[in-house]
Design a protein around this ligand. Structure first.
Ligand SMILES: Cc1ncc(COP(=O)(O)O)c(C=O)c1O
Length: 369
């Protein structure tokens, strides 16, 4: 039988994720599998928690990778903190805010949303006005809206909630490891991410952290967490001192994430952020020279997710197909109301290099004349 895996070619991953994976991470994934309660593996887990805390800028004890992709992190955050009837406010300006609303409402939350135009950021003044009129158990927002390329003002929204009983839940799937995330300073209570974006590990884990305030909410629940697999009080017993078996940890993925975090911390967070920014500016300059326009206003742009308008005369999908087949480059298309109108170009983690930008711009120049 022919082995399909032998046909996998190297593709420059410049879409909205997954991003390119460094060779050291591939080697880490291929190391010998240890038992999930093996003493050496337990030490790897402990170090991994420390590295996650460093990259999230938090001291939270419960800082762990959830088994599953970014959406599992989203689901775990809501399922542990929401009880039926809880008032939840979601700030929406793209696909992932919409997904948060869906997840929270499936749990029986009483969900309100404030919607902002896609391609523009959440406006803290509007949120502040609502918070003067209403009280919520949770306020949730996406830091880096991958569907539009907008950076939301997470720190400013957090300062509106300081001193209140409201929990602040933030999605950092696309931001973590590419721009600064300061969980404790920004007053974030529940934060989750994904491995396949700026962390440059394959998809499969969702780093997550809960503050003491979030843990107190979890402990004080009137009802059981309605999802056994994502129940953080059970998962915490495995990742904490007791080491109580809950589910078999995806051991090799944890090696991969360990290595990916080590690479980032060895380069240094400031240098990593500067590299994302420099390559973003190089890309935007290249687009500008080609007459291509960015969707998002300059101050709100994300370095790791660049949304560029597709000119009317160009077939958005055919160009992406050509890039993949003739140049082995992947970029993304628009989602929802932006489908067919934009390209989403990722410069995430290991992809955020000058060679990637130059290779894409050169291919685009050839394809678009
Ligand atoms: C901001 C954001 N949140 C959540 C998700 C969901 O993550 P996953 O597709 O890994 O489940 C994504 C995925 O692109 C995302 O960009």
């Amino acid at each position: 039988m022919k082995n399909m895996l032998e046909g996998i070619e190297e593709v420059l991953l410049m879409g909205p994720g997954p991003s390119c994976v460094p060779p050291e991470v591939y080697s880490a994934l291929g190391r010998k599998t240890l038992g999930h309660l093996d003493p050496y593996f337990l030490r790897i887990m402990d170090e991994l928690k420390g590295m996650l805390r460093a990259i999230m800028n938090t001291k939270n004890e419960l800082t762990i990778p959830i088994s599953g992709t970014g959406s599992a992190g989203m689901e775990a955050s809501f399922v542990n903190l929401v009880e039926p009837g809880d008032r939840v406010l979601i700030l929406i300006n793209g696909v992932f805010g919409v997904r948060m609303r869906e997840v929270a409402s499936r749990l029986g939350a009483n969900v309100d949303a404030i919607e902002f135009t896609w391609g523009t950021p959440v406006v803290p003044e509007v949120v502040g006005k609502r918070l003067k009129q209403e009280t919520y158990r949770i306020v949730a927002v996406v830091h880096a809206e991958t569907s539009t390329g907008v950076r939301n003002p997470v720190a400013e929204i957090g300062s509106l909630l300081k001193g209140s009983d409201t929990l602040y839940l933030v999605d950092t799937v696309t931001s973590l490891g590419g721009i600064e995330v300061r969980m404790d300073d920004w007053g974030i209570d529940a934060l989750y991410s994904g491995t396949q974006k700026c962390l440059s590990c394959p998809p499969g884990l969702a780093p997550l952290s809960f503050s003491d305030k979030a843990m107190a909410r979890l402990k004080g629940r009137r009802t059981k967490v309605p999802n056994w697999y994502l129940d953080l009080s059970l998962i915490a017993s495995y990742w904490g001192k007791d080491r109580v078996y809950h589910h078999t940890a995806p051991v090799n993925m944890i090696y991969g994430l360990y290595q990916a975090l080590l690479i980032i911390l060895e380069e240094g967070l400031e240098k990593v952020f500067a590299r994302h920014r420099q390559n973003h500016l190089l890309l935007v300059r290249g687009f500008d020279e080609m007459g291509l326009k960015m969707l998002v206003e300059e101050p709100y742009r994300l370095p790791m997710l660049n949304t560029v308008l597709c000119p009317g005369e160009v077939n958005e999908l055919s160009l992406r197909r050509c890039l993949r087949s003739d140049y082995r480059i992947e970029i993304g298309g628009g989602l929802g109301p932006l489908a067919g109108k934009i390209w989403r170009v990722g410069l995430m983690g290991h992809t955020a290099r000058k060679e990637s930008v130059e290779r894409l711009l050169s291919a685009l120049r050839k394809l678009m004349g």
